[in-house]
Design a protein around this ligand. Structure first.
Ligand code: ADP
Ligand code: MG
Length: 373
């Protein structure tokens, strides 16, 4: 049992003076490659990180408790703009889909950093969904649970997001990435055995407030839609490289990123199948350049990390997530991650950039039922 799962179970026992009936956990995620492709109907390639949200649950009562917030809230309440809206939204979405949930008391404990782009929100949703499914014998498929989690986040919490985070948290496998076709919602595990190659992924959280994120995101989305209209395709996923000649200016730049990024995701999958991590690294670097120059969503901090990672011998590095701040990742020899983190800390200080945080991980398991009594 993982430490965070033990913590959830222990807190449950302290609160309710009995063992939980169900213990489940679900991971956060990073996206290896495929940025802003989701709303263009394209491909993404996330993998689960080794940090998780655990839930200890039992029937009876009406209480959600977060050990992270030290706070209890009712499951059946209305939206109250607190953390409880995530599990509450999942309860609502599952109920609306016909899953009968009579009562619940649940304790959450997580070590996914909140709000830093590793998707703690999908982790708490996925853990909730899997625990409810098992506790009430709903027998829903994981894909269906993921769609319900996304609905909870979009419609109940009110955050617009694609399906990637919830798919990753529920469908990833240890030592693998997950290729998701965001149009058909087909998904496939692709082996990513970094351990066997003595490699690891290092996440650098720049902790830069994603201030421009909302406007930037909406602008990019609108430009992609305009480009698709000009090309007479439904979404940019349907555009080919030679079509780009018919565009100019901002629309050309944005579309060139999407079209090339979609191709890179599929090339990355081929590279993984061939265990060619140098090729994966090359594609990550090309992806970063495209986001920096054509999609214009990078920041000085993200560019600095990518540059320092490459100087330190990383096979590849790129910003991950929507950009305008947030996180970057490097694919690097496992025994060089600490040295890279130290070097980045020193260089950021010298350059007057804010102090970043680091998380090292190997591709981890998706959501799991740990025990049920
Ligand atoms: P991210 O998904 O990048 O971490 P979000 O803002 O989408 O950032 O989601 C973070 C929110 O998810 C937190 O502010 C909190 O409301 C909820 N959350 C995540 N983990 C927990 C937890 N362990 N306990 C309670 N709420 C959590
Ligand atoms: Mg989130």
């Amino acid at each position: 049992m993982r430490e965070i799962e033990e913590r959830a179970a222990r807190t449950y026992r302290d609160r309710f003076a009995e063992d939980p009936e169900m213990l489940a956990s679900a991971p956060g995620r990073i996206n290896l490659i495929g940025e802003h492709t989701d709303y263009n109907g394209g491909f993404v390639l996330p993998c689960a990180v080794s940090r998780r949200v655990a839930v200890a649950a039992g029937r009876g009562g009406d209480e959600l408790y977060s050990a992270n917030f030290g706070e209890a809230r009712p499951m059946t309440g209305e939206k109250d703009s607190s953390w409880a809206d995530y599990p509450r939204g999942v309860y609502r979405a599952i109920s609306a889909a016909g899953g009968e949930i009579t009562s619940l008391r649940a304790v959450f404990a997580g070590d996914v950093p909140l709000g830093s782009g590793l998707s703690s929100s999908a982790a708490i949703e996925a853990a909730t969904a899997l625990a409810l499914d098992a506790l009430f014998g709903l027998r829903m498929e994981r894909r269906e649970l993921a769609v319900l989690c996304q609905r909870a986040e979009n419609e109940f919490v009110g955050v617009q997001s694609g399906i990637m985070d919830q798919y990753a948290s529920l469908l990833c496998k240890e030592g693998a990435a997950l290729l998701v076709d965001c149009r058909s919602l087909e998904a496939e595990n692709v082996p990513l055995d970094l351990k066997g190659a003595d490699l690891a992924l290092l996440v650098c959280d720049t902790r830069v407030e994603r201030g421009l994120a909302d406007t930037g995101y909406n602008d990019r989305r609108a430009a992609c839609e305009r480009a698709a209209r000009k090309l007479g395709v439904e979404q940019l996923r349907d555009a080919r490289e030679e079509d780009l000649e018919r565009l100019s200016g901002e629309e050309l730049m944005r579309a060139r990123h999407i079209v090339s990024e979609n191709a890179r995701v599929l090339e990355a999958v081929e590279a993984l199948r061939a265990r060619d991590f140098h090729e994966l690294g090359r594609l990550m670097c090309a992806s970063h350049a495209s986001m920096r120059d054509d999609f214009e969503i990078s920041t000085p901090e993200l560019d600095a990390f990518v540059e320092l990672a490459r100087e330190a011998g990383a096979l590849g590095a790129r910003l991950t997530g929507a950009g305008f701040g947030g996180c970057a990742i490097a694919l690097i020899q496992e025994d060089r991650t600490d040295a890279l983190a130290q070097e980045v800390l020193r260089a950021f200080e010298r350059r007057g950039l804010g102090e970043p945080a680091f998380y090292e991980f190997l591709p981890a398991a998706g959501a799991e039922i740990v025990t049920c009594s």
